[in-house]
Every structure is written in structure tokens, then in C-alpha cells.
Design a protein around this ligand. Structure first.
Ligand SMILES: Cc1cc2nc3c(=O)[nH]c(=O)nc-3n(C[C@H](O)[C@H](O)[C@H](O)COP(=O)(O)OP(=O)(O)OC[C@H]3O[C@@H](n4cnc5c(N)ncnc54)[C@H](O)[C@@H]3O)c2cc1C
Length: 405
């Protein structure tokens, strides 16, 4: 039977970062990928998607984007090509088109069943992604005469039937998709929940720079009460701050959290104004922290007083829509930008807590020899992002290298 020291499952950015750090530590390893390198950047993103962070930031430290300037927001194909090129550069030992079906303890190793046969591994790194299985809440029955998809399956406006669209969820995906549909001339409803919305840039620096300077990327856990708060940012159209008041000005219909569907009508929570105001407060608080930082460090950075102006409340905030007859409103499609769950059913080891969630310390699981990488908040806020996974992979590789052989 084939034996390998460390098996990496998944060849997205996490699997590749892990491969590079294992190589640097002299650890023999193999990556198995069920589809292609960076598959989710290729097929699980809409056509026009560009990165949320600029190219100087959203990359591995050892390689720049060859086809984008540092302040550009590379498109998804460019990101996939970047990872392909990286895997070539490091000669990553990858087998594509091989799915890992199960991993179970076998004495001091793990027995691995794959779609192409079995092998034994001393260590296993699950790098199967922070966003695996799209989740659509069971609000509108499937047999209603309405086209429903998850943002995972959204590609472009033309794919949707003619007519109005409700986008549920106003994180980065939902707000970017709603914006694209509005620009395509669709009648758009956007269901807005609690969110953070940092400025795209402030006083000459992108918000990703500010999050670094203010120590927010390195935060170990989400602030109390903000665990389920999504972040609305966009690199689209050259990179713009997401501003829901401006969306409303441009004709987007904003509603609160989507709650129920009965007799052809959707109901929305009366929380739109509160959600938008809290998002504004979050936006302003980042500006204030940035100002304090500039002052404390006596930095010369251009003032930007206009950035603090919040537009008046649009009608949708003062007279919220709480119920909507979808036929009368002409809504023909719903796009659920409502997040993902993870599936580790293939990992049959003692690495999960009572709720079935990965049980780990900075990715080192409770089952010796099993590691998680790329999960949100694995060790810090940046863990599921391109640059952050690099740091976590480095840590895990040194841990693996030190294990007794
Ligand atoms: C819409 C969207 C936009 C994003 N934009 C950015 C951004 O701009 N900047 C940024 O830093 N981050 C961004 N992210 C977050 C993050 O960078 C991506 O989710 C990224 O794809 C995560 O990389 P990963 O390697 O951890 O997982 P994935 O890219 O999900 O890769 C996991 C791989 O594992 C494979 N796999 C799964 N199960 C198995 C199995 N059993 N056997 C073999 N292979 C398996 C999958 O096929 C996949 O290729 C974005 C996320 C989303 C959803």
C-alpha cells in the first residue's frame, strides 16, 4: 500500500500554502484534490468576481500577481491562474481528480480511502475550505413558481429569468450581486441583516492596510455579540465602499431580514434601519480609530473629512417594507447569499466537539496527527484569507515536522 508522511486534502490556497511550508520543513507529502487546483475560485464564484482585497495584500508573500498591478483587484480567473503558477513554482506534489472518501485511524497512521485506491498517512491536513456547502434557509418552498439559487451558483444576470430579483444577505457576496443586477437594469430587492462595512479606503490607504495597522486581522476571536455579523466589502468597479443608502438612492429596494413566506407574500423583520445604522456606526468607528492611529503615530496622511458624511435616511428606512407579495412585486428569482456549512463526514476521527465542529488549537486537532487549515478564525480573523492561511500553514508545518516519526 502507498504510504505518505503527510496527506493534504484539497488544493486551494490552504493546501498549496501547506505544501510549501512542508517542503521548507523537509516533510514528504501529497495533495489530493477532487477537482482542479483552486477549483472554487474557478467554478464557485460569479463571472465578474474580483478579489475583495488588492493584489499587494491578497497574495502569498513569496509570489506577486504577474498580470495585475499591486492596487488592482484581480478577477477570479487571475486568482486561479496565480495558484496554478504557484503550484508549478514549488513543484507541489498534487494529484487532481482524486477525492478523499474517508480517513480513519489505523494504528499509528491513518487509513485513507480515495476514489483512486487506498493509502496510509502519518498525518492528515484537512484543507477542504472555509465555505463548502451552500445553505439556503427553508423559507420559500421549492415548488413555488420562483427561481431560487444560492450565490454559489450565481454566474451573471443573464442566467436569471426576466423580472425582479430578491437578494437575501448583504455581506460581500449579496451586496456585490445586488449591485451587479441593479446595473443590469433589474428591479432589485436586497434583504439586509447585521453587517460591518469598512471604508474601501481612508486617508490614502485601503481598509486592508488599516485592519493590519489596527491589529484587526490578528484578532483571535470575533468581538462579543458580533460572531454572526457579515462584512460587506467590494473590489468591483475599481473598489468602492459598500453604502446601502447609496444603493437605495440608485433605486434598490432595501428590506430587513427575510423571515417568512406565506400565501405568496414574504415578510421581513422591522430591523432594516437598525442594521444600516449599526453598519454606519461600524464604518465611522474605523475612521475614528484610523484618525487616532495617525495622531498617536504623528503620521502625515491627507485629511478626508467628506468620508464622515452619512447620507440622509432613505424612504425604505423610515417606511420599511414588512410584507411583499412576490407576484405583485414582479419578483421572479431569489438569490440566497446566506452562507455555507462545512462537511467533514469523510474525516472519521476524534477531532470534533459535541456539536460536530472541528476541535482544535490553531488548527492542531484533538486527534494527534490531524490538522485543520483555512477555516474562519482558525487562529485569527485573517485565517480564511489568502495571506492569513500562509501564516497558519507555517505554524502547522513546524508542528508536523516536530512530530515523532
Ligand atoms: C465569494 C467569495 C469571495 C472571496 N474573496 C476573497 C478575497 O478576495 N480574498 C481572500 O483572501 N479571500 C477571499 N475569499 C475567502 C477564501 O479566500 C476563499 O474561500 C478560498 O477559496 C479558501 O481557500 P481554501 O484553500 O481554504 O479552500 P477552497 O478554495 O474551498 O479549496 C478547498 C479544495 O478542497 C477540495 N476538496 C474538498 N473536499 C475534498 C475531498 N474530500 N477530497 C479532495 N479534495 C477535496 C475542493 O475541491 C477545493 O478545491 C472569498 C470567498 C468567497 C466565498
Amino acid at each position: 500500500m502507498e504510504r505518505v508522511d503527510t496527506l493534504i486534502v484539497g488544493a486551494g490556497q490552504a493546501g498549496l500554502a501547506m505544501s510549501e511550508h512542508l517542503r521548507l520543513n523537509g516533510v514528504d507529502h501529497l495533495i489530493l484534490e477532487k477537482d482542479r487546483i483552486a477549483e472554487r475560485w474557478r467554478s464557485a464564484r460569479w463571472d465578474s468576481l474580483v478579489m475583495n482585497g488588492p493584489a499587494w495584500h491578497d497574495r502569498f508573500p513569496s509570489m506577486e500577481f504577474s498580470d495585475s498591478g499591486p492596487d488592482d483587484f484581480p478577477g477570479k480567473e487571475s486568482v486561479a491562474a496565480y495558484f496554478e503558477e504557484f503550484s508549478r513554482q514549488i513543484s507541489a506534489p498534487i494529484r487532481c481528480g482524486v477525492e478523499v472518501l474517508s480517513v480513519a485511524r489505523d494504528d499509528d497512521s491513518f487509513a485513507v480511502q480515495t476514489s483512486e485506491g487506498n493509502l496510509l498517512a502519518k498525518n492528515v491536513v484537512a484543507a477542504t475550505g472555509p465555505f463548502q456547502i451552500p445553505v439556503i434557509p427553508p423559507v420559500v418552498p421549492e415548488d413555488e413558481n420562483i427561481h431560487q439559487i444560492h450565490s454559489y451558483h450565481y454566474h451573471n444576470p443573464e442566467q436569471l429569468p426576466d423580472g425582479g430579483v430578491l437578494v437575501v444577505g448583504a455581506g460581500s457576496s449579496g451586496s456585490q450581486i445586488a449591485d451587479e443586477l441593479l446595473r443590469a437594469g433589474r428591479d432589485v430587492y436586497l434583504s439586509v441583516g447585521p453587517h460591518d462595512r469598512p471604508p474601501r479606503s481612508y486617508r490614502g490607504k485601503d481598509f486592508v492596510w488599516w485592519l493590519g495597522k489596527l491589529g484587526k486581522w490578528q484578532m483571535k476571536t470575533p468581538p462579543a455579540g458580533r460572531e454572526h455579523v457579515t462584512i460587506a466589502v467590494s473590489g468591483a468597479y475599481g473598489g468602492k465602499t459598500i453604502d446601502f443608502r447609496k444603493f437605495a438612492e440608485r433605486g434598490m429596494n432595501l428590506v430587513g431580514m427575510t423571515q417568512n413566506f406565506e400565501s405568496g407574500a414574504l415578510t421581513f423583520a422591522p430591523d432594516l434601519a437598525e442594521n444600516i445604522r449599526e453598519g454606519d456606526a461600524n464604518y465611522l468607528s474605523l475612521l475614528a480609530e484610523a484618525d487616532d492611529f495617525i495622531e498617536a503615530n504623528e503620521l502625515e496622511m491627507p485629511e478626508e473629512p467628506g468620508a464622515k458624511t452619512i447620507a440622509p435616511e432613505p424612504d425604505c428606512m423610515t417606511n420599511p417594507i414588512l410584507s411583499l407579495d412576490i407576484n405583485k412585486a414582479g419578483i421572479k428569482s431569489i438569490i440566497w447569499a446566506t452562507g455555507y456549512i462545512q462537511d467533514f463526514s469523510w474525516l472519521k476521527v476524534d477531532a470534533f466537539d459535541v456539536d460536530g465542529k472541528p476541535s482544535h488549537e490553531k488548527g492542531v486537532s484533538s486527534e494527534p496527527g490531524v490538522y485543520f487549515l483555512g477555516l474562519p478564525w482558525l487562529s485569527m480573523r485573517g485565517s480564511s484569507f489568502i495571506w492569513g492561511v500562509w501564516e497558519d500553514a507555517k505554524y502547522l508545518a513546524s508542528h508536523i515536522a516536530e512530530r515523532p516519526r
